[in-house]
Design a binder for this molecule. Structure first.
Ligand code: ADP
Ligand code: ADP
Ligand code: ZN
Length: 215
């Protein structure tokens, strides 16, 4: 089974993809994480992507499609969940071609439905463990022990440079203009499943589990 998790910035894609990876053996393929790793390593892609990401705009389709194509080859036959890709009609069509070439298929596209009003607070309060990548939030999910990661015990945490109100506004414009149309694209292929992204962490996880279990 292979999935896409689709939704605006801060909807909970990474959180739910991590949970599916932990509980159900999917591999999370987060293009945002891949780009941030490239920025950290200072590769050619990373150097080009950094400014685009900080403005809250999208990295060009050809760059993203190449990254995902390589990643799909790397993971072999393991089941995957795409988090943050595709983000444009061009990427979605390129993905269809890639999957056909690689003899893979999508089972479902899980859409996290949520109002913009909630999203700014979600991203402005977001931080992650610098060691294992576990996600946290200033209001909604603090580590059980202050300053110590629940999962790995790490004590260094990171915040993203694009998790500020200004970049977030641009990210929402990009989402509504370029990414949201993919909801109809996948509805047309009859693989779209929508869940309430504004619900509590476990409630969202439960809605997704119900979809996977009943199919
Ligand atoms: P979010 O948590 O806001 O959904 P991501 O971590 O998925 O953000 O992505 C961060 C940034 O990386 C995006 O704002 C964009 O600049 C870039 N990016 C990630 N995935 C893609 C993609 N598929 N196409 C274009 N740009 C992307
Ligand atoms: P995305 O990958 O879609 O950008 P994240 O999974 O990183 O979003 O979630 C954004 C922030 O909101 C994180 O700080 C996360 O801990 C928090 N969050 C995620 N899901 C929920 C939820 N259901 N309720 C409250 N906060 C949440
Ligand atoms: Zn950790």
């Amino acid at each position: 089974m292979n999935l896409i998790i689709l939704g605006p910035p801060g909807a909970g894609k990474g959180t739910q993809a991590q949970s599916l990876e932990r509980d159900r053996g999917f591999i999370q393929l987060s293009t945002g994480d891949m780009l941030r790793a490239a920025v950290g390593e200072g590769t050619e892609v990373g150097q080009k992507a950094k400014a685009i990401m900080d403005r809250g705009e999208l990295v060009p389709d050809d760059v993203m499609v190449q990254i995902i194509s390589d990643k799909l080859d790397e993971i072999g036959d393991q089941q995957f969940i795409l988090d943050g890709f595709p983000r444009t009609q061009g990427q979605a069509e390129a993905l269809d071609t890639l999957l056909a070439q690689k003899k893979k298929a999508l089972s479902f596209v899980i859409e996290l439905k949520i109002d913009d009003a909630i999203l700014v607070e979600r991203v402005v309060g977001r931080f992650t463990c610098g060691n294992c990548g576990e996600g946290y939030h200033d209001t909604f999910k603090l580590p059980a022990q202050e300053g110590k990661c629940d999962r790995c015990g790490g004590t260094e945490f990171k915040r993203r440079s694009d998790d500020n109100e200004e970049a977030m506004r641009a990210r929402l414009v990009a989402y509504h203009g370029l990414t949201a149309p993919l909801i109809d694209y996948y509805a047309g292929k009859a693989i779209l499943k929508s869940v309430d992204g504004a619900a509590a962490f476990d409630a969202v996880t439960g809605q997704i589990a119900a979809i996977l279990d009943e199919n």
